[in-house]
Design a protein around this ligand. Structure first.
Ligand code: PLP
Length: 442
């Protein structure tokens, strides 16, 4: 059947009944985006409980890298599940974990030897990185960026600064975290223009922060997303990561790349840092690593991995079924999906850029590979963000059978599974364009 195919009002009757049951008992902290109730997913297609078919350009928030329920990933999960489900990788050994940590060391950017700590989620990978950075450097201060999202547990939340509501009433946070503006050229926090700005967003660290607030010898790490995810799919200028790495190298500070959203092929390379040939000291990954099974990893240079047995651990981290899913996922990524992300990503970006030329509320189209953001703004010449319009277009796209997500203040993100074809990208761009025209006031 042609996809998308919407045959009921949304939500349909079965979806309504599930939502009612869910809402009675589930925590109000969940921020459901639209009333989608999933029955099953295969490849690029999500079927809801009323039989409506959606084209998925969310990948379950940049997770289903190989598409939904890829047969090879499912087979790897089944095979491992028949052997054993759990045996605590922090305390014992098993083959899928040994194989996966070796593979991650081989894939992580840079020639230096590395060591891996496996977790169940992105936030846990960041927690591990905060602890190791402090442990290895014996320093306490940390630099992070406004607009960043590193997770929601207390350590990672102390670094997260993409929405004030994520942090409200949860303090006090970790002390000695310094947030600086990110390299967001479309809305330069210093009101400068790329080309003549001297990359002030990085230079500020040495000429102001280190002189006036904290000595570099006290800074353990700079945590950075190579492309900001939740903050708005913000691609920094090409010098950005290289300059951060240089500051770190000169002051003995660790560069921690949060590639939880950008990693595993999403940007058209295995890791986004590779676009700028930057080798982080610590790499944090999760999301797309195992096609949807809960897994994350902190990959650190061996010489930093000075912590001793028992200093960190996890009951479930590195679960054997999740490791098997990750190995199958990585094999598929290496077998062409990373290249597909680069190729189809370029195609989709081109389509969206053409749309920008004809739709005045699109203020920016940006991204690498299949991590593409379309920023919307009021057509007032001032580029004022328009979050209501963004939310309306996402809802309208849902009604048309296209699943999209927002990020940042006013950005629509396109982060489909990496198996997406050009034909599907074309359908998505067309549906998005028609949804946008329908919700834009004339
Ligand atoms: N870091 C980044 C860049 C993310 O995008 C996310 C989640 O969106 C996280 C960390 C937290 O990951 P998790 O939700 O798996 O804890």
């Amino acid at each position: 059947m042609k996809v998308p195919h919407i045959k009921t009002e949304l939500p349909g009757p079965r979806a309504k009944s599930v939502i009612e049951r869910d809402q009675r008992y589930s925590s109000p902290a969940y921020g459901r985006i639209y009333p989608l109730v999933v029955r099953q997913g295969h490849g690029m297609v999500i079927e809801d409980v009323d039989g409506n078919l959606f084209l998925d350009f969310t990948a379950g928030i940049a997770v289903a890298s190989t598409g939904h329920s890829h047969p090879k990933v499912v087979a790897a999960i089944e095979e491992q599940a028949r052997k054993f489900l759990h045996f605590c990788g922090s305390d014992f050994y098993y083959e899928p974990m040994a194989e996966l940590v070796g593979k991650l060391c081989q894939l992580a950017p840079g020639a230096a030897a590395k060591k891996v700590f496996l977790t169940n989620s992105g936030t846990e990978a960041i927690e591990a990185a905060i602890k190791l950075a402090r442990y290895a450097t014996k320093r306490q201060h940390v630099i992070a960026f406004l607009g960043s999202f590193h997770g929601r547990t207390m350590g990672s939340l102390s670094l997260t600064a993409s929405r004030a509501s994520h942090r409200a009433h949860f303090g006090p946070f970790l002390p000695d975290v310094h947030h600086l503006p990110y390299g967001y050229c479309h809305r330069c926090p210093y009101h400068l223009t790329y080309g003549s700005c001297g990359i002030e967003c990085v230079r500020f660290i040495e000429h102001t922060l280190f002189r006036q607030k904290v000595a570099p010898q006290e800074v353990a790490a700079i945590f950075v997303e190579p492309i900001q995810g939740e903050g708005g799919y913000v691609v920094p200028p090409p010098e950005y990561l290289v300059m951060l790495k240089d500051i770190c190298a000169r002051h003995g500070i660790l560069l921690v790349a949060d590639e939880i959203q950008t990693g595993f092929g999403r940007t058209g390379k295995m890791f986004a840092c590779e676009h700028w040939a930057v080798e982080p000291d610590i790499l944090c990954v999760a999301k797309g690593i195992a096609s949807g099974l809960p897994l994350g990893a902190m990959i650190a240079r061996s010489d930093l991995s000075t912590w001793t047995a028992g200093t960190h651990g996890s009951t479930f981290g590195g679960n054997p079924v999740a490791c098997a899913a990750a190995l199958a996922t990585i094999a598929l990524l290496e077998d062409g999906l990373v290249e597909n992300a680069a190729r189809v990503g370029g195609f989709l970006r081109d389509k969206l850029e053409r749309l920008k030329a004809s739709v005045p509320v699109i203020s920016d189209v940006r991204g690498l590979g299949l991590m593409i953001g379309v920023e919307l703004a009021k057509p007032d010449g001032e580029r004022e963000p328009d979050p209501e319009l963004r939310n309306r277009v996402i809802r309208k796209a849902f009604e048309k059978g296209l699943l999209l997500l927002g990020c940042g203040q006013s950005t629509v993100r396109f982060c489909p599974p990496l198996i997406v074809t050009e034909a599907e990208a074309e359908v998505a761009a067309e549906l998005f364009g028609s949804a946008l025209r329908e919700v834009t006031p004339t």
